[in-house]
Design a protein around this ligand. Structure first.
Ligand SMILES: [Zn+2]
Length: 684
């Protein structure tokens, strides 16, 4: 049975909450009234609060059914309005939407506090958790119970009243310090402008970059520390002194020698101290231990082992790359020793010399529709699923397309929406989200509805949408996340689809990219949009060779930043901590060459100090080891080998309902091998 949204026919009149008459109960976007969102949130919040209150007030002995099942099935109205609203808020944003967001978010935060600060609710969960072994749970139920228990405990549920007050105080201070970090960084970013008034200083820069930097009257050119402005400057500007200036300003954001008002060094020390206090209060040795405890890696040691095994080969290659750049500079008679601000510049020269690949040669082979079909065909070959375009499923914008996804028996699996082009109302980037999460509990079998939102080059006049190679990979990447969301076969929504551990989730997107660039697959979808000719083998070879270009540098700066993030959060005593000094010490300890900076230095590492991704930078590399290692099995057995694909499909279907490392090893027949990443990046 399929019951989407599973709303009881209760005469609901709110356009957002009303039962849908569309196929599969898909959202009827065209009927939604903007003025109904606030009431929908209010109704949803009220329903959820009532349901939670009923669990809390229940005088029966706690059971899995009356506590965990009840939690997992609670709040359907709120889930419905939230998924619709927060999706459209990103892709169809208007000032009215922002106003609704400001209305709803504090109420959602308050509800979350009501749930996670409730001792009676926690005691029910704790009672179940304490006698877990006797409850006869299957693995998925056991994980769901652990997840609830851990989120309460990590929020301080086991602390006494005084400790709880301390934790609240720490969290409040941390929140404020992170805001301070971000506003300092933003202000420092804005404070710098490289203003050029002498045309000669623009030598080397491409015309489009010069035009983008020009003032209205065309008498001056402004370059900022935003990446699209400063990176091309470092790549192309012949004026070495100016390259040095912008390079130092970029890496020095938030790190002012005179400790001006935008300086982040003191804020960083405060954040690290607060995090350590929090970890200690919750029973962990360090903040890194606290964070890793709920990741696939489990311990900082496991993450460090991985980073260390990549480090040596990466930095060795980077040193070779530096020597090659030095040769170019010498050959040109530049009379310099390569420094950080020369790296981008000479790398660009080398790239031109070795791999003259430009977008105009490549993009005609990557018509968007063909690339998407290529992604569909790979999924069909691997996982036996079909995609059928459905005009009868409502969409929220004329550029959005809806597909039905069917399994090998023709059974409905999912709805898949695509939304590919930039709009003023859409935020930057590319992502996958759910309009509906999969669930199969308490007599309800709900299949997911998934969307891919991107910002690809739009069609222009008679020219269809043509993707460059990065966009092609992005399409396969996001589609990998979408497959994870669509193929899921769990029972509980909190562990369905992409609701998995943070360092596991990118395996599924990153591995999917590998098919797009495989020489046996690319010609099947990369056909010239005018002639239909498949992409020439010589071009594929060139692309493959260039894939390893500069990978010593790229890997080194990435691993250096991940090590900085991890090791800073393992320090026992921060009383004399200064992040600049620490970076220098770590640089020496690691043997990081002078010509390369940490990808982010502490004072501008906003993933780590500006929000929720502290001790999370390693995860990119962790997931990359998994995807390279998993793909090597496909390379060995055949990239569409049915048995290997079946094994991988199990990983896709299980969501967060099983232990990821055990299941991964089961699929692979071995531990993940970090050398797979080195091979894929051409470092060994
Ligand atoms: Zn991703």
């Amino acid at each position: 049975m399929l019951t989407q949204f599973a709303c009881t026919p209760d005469g609901e009149t709110n356009s957002i909450l009303k039962e849908s008459k569309a196929p599969f109960g898909a959202p009827e976007f065209g009927n939604f009234k903007i003025e109904d969102y606030k009431t929908a949130f209010d109704k949803g919040l009220e329903e959820k609060r009532k349901e939670i209150a009923a669990i809390i007030r229940n005088s029966d002995e706690p059971t899995f059914a009356n506590t965990i099942d009840a939690l997992e099935t609670s709040g359907k109205k709120l889930t419905k309005v939230s998924s619709i609203f927060f999706n459209l808020n990103e892709s169809e944003n208007t000032p009215q939407m922002t106003e609704i967001e400001e209305y709803a978010v504090p109420k959602l935060t308050e509800l979350s506090g009501y749930i996670y600060m409730n001792d009676t609710l926690f005691n029910r969960i704790r009672t179940l958790h304490d006698k877990k072994e006797s409850l006869g749970l299957n693995e998925e139920q056991s994980i769901v119970l652990d997840n609830y228990y851990n989120s309460f405990v990590r929020g301080g549920a086991l602390l006494n009243a005084e400790e709880k007050a301390t934790l609240l105080d720490i969290d409040t201070k941390l929140g404020l310090a992170q805001i301070k970090f971000n506003s300092n960084l933003l202000a420092d970013n804005k404070a710098f402008k490289l203003v050029i008034t002498d045309k000669a200083d623009l030598a080397g820069l491409p015309q489009n970059i010069i035009e983008a930097a020009a003032s209205e009257d065309g008498t001056s050119w402004v370059f900022t520390l935003d990446k699209p402005s400063c990176i091309p400057f470092m790549q192309y500007a012949d004026n070495r002194a100016l390259r040095e200036k912008i390079y130092k300003a970029y890496y020095g954001r938030g790190n002012n020698n005179n400790n001006n008002e935008n300086d982040n060094k003191a804020v960083i020390k405060e954040i690290l101290q607060l995090r350590q206090q929090k970890a200690k209060l919750l029973g962990f040795k360090s903040y890194a231990h606290f964070i890793l405890d709920e990741k696939m890696a489990k311990t900082p040691e496991a993450a460090l082992d991985l980073l260390n095994s990549i480090w040596e080969p990466a930095v060795r290659r980077a040193a070779e790359e530096r020597d090659e750049l030095q040769k170019i500079a010498d050959r040109e008679g530049a009379g310099i020793k390569i420094e950080g601000w020369d790296w981008f510049y000479y790398t660009e020269k080398l790239r031109k010399e070795k791999y003259a690949l430009n977008d105009e040669t490549i993009t005609p082979y990557f018509k968007l529709e063909n690339v998407l079909q290529g992604a569909f065909d790979c999924a069909t070959k691997l996982y036996d699923v079909q995609f059928v375009k459905r005009e009868d499923i409502p969409v929220y914008h004329p550029e959005v397309t809806a597909y039905e996804v069917l399994d090998s028996n023709g059974e409905h699996l999912s709805i898949f929406y695509t939304d590919f082009f930039p709009r003023d109302t859409k935020r930057q980037g590319a992502w996958m989200t759910n309009f509906v999460e999969q669930r199969n509990i308490c007599g309800e079998n709900v299949r997911p509805m998934v969307v891919n939102v991107c910002n690809f080059t739009a069609p222009q006049g008679d020219t269809p949408a043509l993707l460059n190679i990065d966009e092609t990979r992005t399409l396969f990447h996001e589609f990998g996340h979408a497959l994870h969301g669509m193929l899921t076969q769990t029972h509980y929504p909190s562990v369905s689809g992409t609701n998995v551990k943070h360092d596991f989730v990118e395996l599924f997107s990153q591995i999917n990219e590998k098919w797009s660039i495989h020489p046996d697959v690319m010609p099947t979808f990369a056909k010239h949009y005018r002639t239909g000719e498949p992409i020439p083998v010589s071009l594929i070879e060139k692309m493959q060779q260039s894939a390893h270009f500069n990978s010593g540098f790229e890997t080194t700066e990435l691993v250096a930043a991940a090590l900085l993030d991890m090791k800073m959060h393992l320090i026992e005593d921060y009383s004399n901590f200064n992040c600049n000094e620490y970076e220098d010490v770590l640089r020496k300890e690691l043997g990081l060459i002078d010509e390369i900076e940490y990808r982010y230095r502490s004072t501008n590492f906003s993933h780590v100090f500006g929000g929720g991704y502290a001790v999370g930078y390693y995860a990119y590399l962790w997931a990359e080891v998994l995807d390279c290692d998993a793909f090597e099995l496909f390379l060995e057995k055949g990239i569409f080998d049915p048995e290997t694909a079946r094994g991988f499909k199990n990983l896709l279907e299980m969501g967060g309902s099983k232990d990821p490392m055990r299941e991964y090893k089961d699929f692979r027949g071995a531990n993940p091998d970090p050398a797979a990443l080195l091979r894929a990046r051409g470092l060994i």
